[in-house]
Design a protein around this ligand. Structure first.
Ligand code: NAD
Length: 271
């Protein structure tokens, strides 16, 4: 899909990767970009920049993990600009920890990282199916194909996003619905910036690099143009996924080694 002339919505568009997507879509000549973020001021700030650049834009405060907010987002977008061509379910959060993470935090992770994608698809699919076209971009993570060292809730919810995106592509692909799944490793954002929060900062980030949101957005624009399901800003991830599928025990052993190195680096941060 070419972005020119299209109506796009981006959740989590007020910062990080989502902001990069909004700016790239505007630069590609999208007809309208709706910036949705739980931080309403950030959404409005990005939308104002896009409008100044000549793109019709709207910034809205939206909790992507609240279905009523997503329904209202879709309604306001369609009222203002017409049918949605591209919905980017991008908002996501992370919590560090394993199974000891309390239930309320697990539930928040499910709501923001997974149900937000379900709500988006539920809200836009009927119209897209009726029109026989439409595009869903799901921001998962390389953690959704591999794992996130240090965070069970992030690993589990991102795997769920990949599973949902695959299911949607299989189920609705023949009806004209296009689906892409964005799976980056480290990206320099509020989420990816902190050493501990990135989780894998001492391993994959050091090995494969930390991308800027605008670099990720460039790869996304290419991926959408090619209508490619998996969008991998770090191309190495394709190899890692093949290794994981090819010999699961060997892969697990390698990941345990990487985790031990990460723990050692955390204990002595100067090395
Ligand atoms: N940064 C990375 O290294 C990295 C790597 C792989 C995948 N991702 C994924 O990319 C997506 C964007 O992450 P980012 O790094 O840009 O994060 P970020 O924290 O920099 O930005 C996320 C944006 O989403 C907004 N947001 C948070 N919760 C929200 C909610 N409930 N509803 C609406 N907006 C909400 C925030 O206000 C913020 O503007 C996430 O799904 C994340 O899991 C990030």
């Amino acid at each position: 899909m070419e972005l020119a002339g299209r109506v796009a919505v981006v959740t989590g568009g007020g910062g990080g990767i989502g902001e990069g997507l909004c700016r790239a879509f505007s630069a590609e000549g999208a007809r309208a970009v709706v910036v949705a973020d739980i931080d309403g001021d950030a959404a409005e700030r990005v939308a104002a920049d896009l409008a100044a650049a000549g793109t019709k834009a709207l910034g809205l405060r939206v909790d992507a993990g609240a279905e009523a907010d997503i329904v209202e987002l879709v309604r306001r977008t369609e009222d203002g600009f017409g049918p949605i061509d591209l919905f980017c379910a991008n908002a996501g959060i992370i919590v560090i920890g394993g199974v000891e993470v309390p239930d309320d935090a697990w539930e928040r992770m499910w709501r923001v990282n997974v149900q937000s994608h379900v709500y988006a698809a539920r809200a836009v699919l009927p119209g897209m199916l009726a029109r026989g076209e439409g595009y869903l971009l799901h921001t998962a993570s390389a953690a959704g194909l591999l794992t996130q060292l240090g965070s069970a809730p992030y690993s589990v919810t991102k795997h769920a996003v990949v599973g949902l995106a695959e299911w949607l592509a299989i189920t609705h692909g023949d009806a004209g619905i296009r689906v892409s799944c964005l799976c980056p490793q480290a990206v320099q954002t509020a989420m990816g910036g902190g050493r501990r929060v990135a989780g894998d900062a001492v391993s994959t980030a050091r090995r494969d690099g930390v991308l800027l949101p605008e670099e990720v957005a460039r790869v996304v624009v290419e991926g959408l143009r090619d209508e490619r399901f998996l969008i991998l800003p770090h191309p190495e991830v394709a190899t890692y996924e093949q290794r994981r599928a090819g010999d699961r025990d060997r892969w697990l052993k390698g990941m345990r080694r990487m985790q031990a190195a990460m723990m050692a680096a955390w204990r002595s941060p100067t090395t």
